[in-house]
Design a protein around this ligand. Sequence first.
Ligand code: SAM
Length: 143
Amino acid sequence: MPLTSLIMASHHMKSTHFDNFDIDEAANHVARKIVSSDAEFEMRMKFHTCDIMEVKEKLGEYDCIFLAALVGMSKEEKVKILGHIRKYMKDGGVLLVRSANGARAFFYPIVEENELMEFEVLSIFHPTNDVINSVVLVRKPIF
Ligand SMILES: C[S@@+](CC[C@H](N)C(=O)[O-])C[C@H]1O[C@@H](n2cnc3c(N)ncnc32)[C@H](O)[C@@H]1O
């Protein structure tokens, strides 16, 4: 379920267009089906099947990128993906990284601040309610 895009599109960014990248065509197939029940969302949301490591110049088109928690399950993989996104995203662009805190790391990988050294860290939020993911908001500096 493309939950992030649906929540952002319905509550916060009501005219924004969203590109969703997922390596799994079956996930995109279900996502397209869910979104097709709403003509406006269908117009504003596209689903691309590919490994995020293969998306390069296209990443430079976005003002804001959301990285799902389960993209990069090991530390090395996560660091590699963060480096890849940083390389291709636009200067001044914002990246929202989902992380975890404490025992919640049983479910999702933790992203440490020292793995985000080449970004400007804007905000880190660890929820204490039933939401599992922490949120780290970073910006690619403009040099
Ligand atoms: C938790 S789900 C995302 C949920 C939903 N899209 C959201 O953010 O609301 C994680 C998705 O990441 C995809 N994924 C994992 N590794 C990936 C990669 N390297 N490139 C693209 N998608 C990947 C998986 O196939 C899975 O569907």
